[in-house]
Design a protein around this ligand. Structure first.
Ligand code: HEM
Length: 398
């Protein structure tokens, strides 16, 4: 299953669309219509995040409900859409250029060299792992020289989130990383309260909605969530995107020649190979779905990776096709529920439009600079992971 979860999900869609998985101790929902219903159904709560996230994030947006969720989301959402988001476009362009020019060593101790023609390298290590974390660090005005610590912290915390087998070592590392990040943030939050700047931490420290403000612990929770949610998912989407475009290289040429295909190439990547492959929920009461009864208190996984490949929703659903007409590429980054890479319903991804900008600006720059980009001789991308999934490495030549 780890080698090809999609084959397992295909079987479930056809033979057991409501399946109790012994090893996960949870039900799996695999069809588009059922996943769509579950995301919006009031009985499907996000209480799973009490064990899946709270020990590392604190009580984050994902766990909240009702007016508390709406109020706290409203404090950050203006920075992730419309004019608030446009303000960060220059930041994304600058970071893309610094990483690709190799001029980034002036701000981080990475000693990146400029990429030279004929060179073979891992484009994930050299680009995709860096861009999302640099952008979010700039948005929060955190020093990029601390990049390695952010990387260590968020990989430990994402491993915690993906720890479905509840391995105690993964658990302990995640909890330790969260504690270190909160200790790191404490003086920064205090300083921004006294002396606010134009960054997101200052905005959170001074924001007010309906007379409510955020205390220091809540700000640290928001920052922890943004650093995590904004980094690994976008990074992994780049990995799958390069994989789709370079394994059949005509696709890379086609997108390079027609930049209107950049967004369709990204949204089709998110549909076919979503980085976050499933979201958990806990049932507040029993629910009838897919011809069966799911008892109250059950854990249910809404399998995004399967619903996005449901043949009753998408023609040629298991094929990568950025010309498909049954997916509105404009709506794929909004809460309209075309596919579920960003979830659906009230917890729909806050950062979907930021991710769209990073992926679009990043891919455009790569296409401009490296018209001859191709996979290294003999290299085949291998996807890894069940909860989060993407190629682990992408060796290329320019
Ligand atoms: C391609 C990149 C991304 C993907 C695939 C993705 C995926 C998701 C998914 C599936 C959810 C829903 C989780 C659930 O319902 O249980 C979610 C929620 C969320 N995402 Fe993203 N995400 C991405 C990028 C980002 C970025 C860049 C940020 C911010 C910097 C971000 C911040 C959030 C937040 C704060 C939530 C929780 C929203 C709420 O509970 O109201 N994400 N994301």
């Amino acid at each position: 299953m780890a080698r090809d979860p999609y084959a397992f999900y295909r079987r479930l869609r056809h033979e057991a669309p409501l399946h109790y998985d012994e090893s996960a101790g949870a039900y799996l929902l695999t069809r588009h219509a059922a996943v769509s219903t579950a995301y919006r159904h009031p009985a499907f709560t996000t209480r799973n995040y009490e064990w899946q996230l709270e020990p590392v994030f604190g009580r984050s947006l994902l766990q909240l409900d009702g007016t508390e969720h709406a109020r706290k989301r409203a404090l950050v959402s203006p920075h992730f859409r419309g004019a608030g988001l446009s303000a960060w476009t220059g930041t994304i362009h600058r970071n893309v250029a610094e990483i690709l020019d190799g001029s980034v060593e002036r701000v981080v101790d990475l000693l990146l060299e400029p990429i030279r023609p004929g060179e073979e390298f891992d484009i994930l290590e050299r680009f995709a792992h860096l861009l999302p974390v640099f952008v979010i660090a700039d948005m929060l005005a955190l020093p990029k020289s601390d990049y390695r610590r952010f990387w260590d912290w968020y990989t430990a915390m994402i491993a915690f989130l993906s720890n479905l087998a509840r391995d105690p070592r993964v658990h302990d590392r995640g909890v330790a990383a969260a504690r270190e990040l909160r200790e790191y943030l404490a003086p920064i939050v205090a300083q921004r309260r006294d002396n606010p700047g134009t960054d997101l931490i200052s905005a959170l420290a001074t924001a007010e909605v309906d007379g409510h403000t955020l205390d220091d612990e809540e700000i640290k929770t928001h920052v922890t969530q943004l650093l995590n949610a904004g980094s690994e998912t976008t990074d992994k989407t780049f990995g799958s995107l390069f994989g789709h475009l370079l394994t059949e290289r005509d696709r890379y040429e086609e997108v390079a020649a027609d930049r209107d295909l950049v967004i369709p190439a990204i949204s089709e990547t998110l549909r076919l190979t979503p980085p976050s492959q499933m979201n958990g929920r806990v049932l507040a009461e029993s629910v009838e779905l897919e011809g069966g009864t799911i008892p109250a208190e059950s854990t249910v996984f809404l399998v995004i990776a399967s619903a996005n490949r449901d043949e009753s929703r998408f023609a040629g659903a298991e094929t990568y096709d950025f010309h498909r007409t049954d997916l509105s590429h404009a709506d794929a980054f909004t809460a309209r529920g075309e596919h579920f890479a960003f979830g659906f319903g009230r917890h729909f991804c806050l950062g979907a439009m930021l991710a769209r900008s990073e992926l679009q600006i990043g891919l455009d720059a790569i296409l401009d600079r490296f018209p001859d980009l191709r996979l290294a001789e003999g290299f085949t991308p291998r996807h890894q992971g069940l909860k989060m999934r993407a190629p682990a490495e992408m060796r290329v030549v320019v």
